[in-house]
Write a protein that binds this ligand. Sequence first.
Ligand SMILES: *Cc1c(COP(=O)(O)O)cnc(C)c1O
Length: 432
Amino acid sequence: MDRNQELFARAQQSIPGGVNSPVRAFKAVGGTPAFIEKAQGAYLWDANGQRYIDYIGSWGPMILGHGHPEVLAAVERAAREGLSFGAPTEREIELAEEILKLVPSMEMVRLVNSGTEASMSAIRLARGATGRKKIVKFEGCYHGHADALLVKAGSGLATFGHATSAGVPEEVVQDTLVLEYNNPAQLEEAFARHGSEIACVIMEPIAGNMNFVRASIPFMRAARQLCSQSGALLIIDEVMTGFRVALGGAQSLYAQAIAGFAPDLTVLGKVIGGGMPLAAFGGPRHVMEQLAPQGPVYQAGTLSGNPVATACGLATLRLIQAPEFHARLAERTRQLVEGLRQAAADAGITLSVDSEGGLFGFFLLPELPQNYAEVMRSDSARFNQLFHGLLRRGVYLAPALYEAGFVSAAHTEQDIAATIAAARDAFADMAA
Ligand SMILES: *Cc1c(COP(=O)(O)O)cnc(C)c1O
């Protein structure tokens, strides 16, 4: 008897599509989603008792692996003191101070509950602070599901975006300009046309929502310069990359390559909560002070800065500051992607791979893609074959070719070796 199938059938009776977030439904890859019963370290167990090596890590938060004893102890202690107060706490200050220490481009930070809320609020703040309404985003980057961001490119530069979801009126997305990632010339042209009306440019510095596509140095430099010249704010969405690709996030890597580089606003989520609902946005004091109650830009939340979530986030952020934490994580992740590339090559399959810190991506393409259109040239049928080949062998990857992979500090060399062995078998099946 397959408990996953049973639970999926039952879930569809009471929950739309059987899931509370679409990608969990395995629609892109087909088949029945594994219903997870428990997790420990680098492993998940599903309702059939099948164990998986977990390369999703809750889509990023579980950088320490599941069930780290110090994180659990902090959560348990906090829960006993109270689940929620709706009043300020000292722990919120401690977490804010910790974040500002690790991400020096931020002088102040506000805590919220999800990455969606953080991006949405950062954009409202950018519009409020600049008094402008147009925003620029890039095709293939995801910043949560706020109305104004559910948009795809129009037919040309002069036209603004089209909504990608029912229920989003065209008027709501008419100020969102969607451009090609890694195309500085197009960004320059957009600023030449609309510069004085653009409130902000929002981007993922390494786009983990199109698997793994790095912003090129010229692209990032152009975004920074164009925003500065025209008085727009550069918002770097580090919900996925923050504290994961490096302790200081992807922005710390770009600051090494581009003299004086810093975003105006930063959006954080995922690792920051260590597995509890917590996200944040922040930036310079004079911009952040535009937020209510100090300033005119409204933003609020009943559970914002929740005492249990902040305890979990704080414990996580402190543990990842251990010496060599990110260097070790990066090394383990490189071992994985190099092993995958080699295993594919031995089976005569082209695989391009990349990784940074504990984030990785791979494509069944000869070269790493640079934008959404190139990512979408991947053969999804072959990806799905690989996905299921690995899942059957106890390796749990993100169930869609446009999603990144996540390694945690709990993944051992043996886990990596077992994953590569499973991949060898899966690639052999694909080549047969
Ligand atoms: C996950 C993600 C979000 C949305 O965060 P939620 O907590 O799911 O709302 C926003 N931006 C990026 C880059 C993300 O990866």
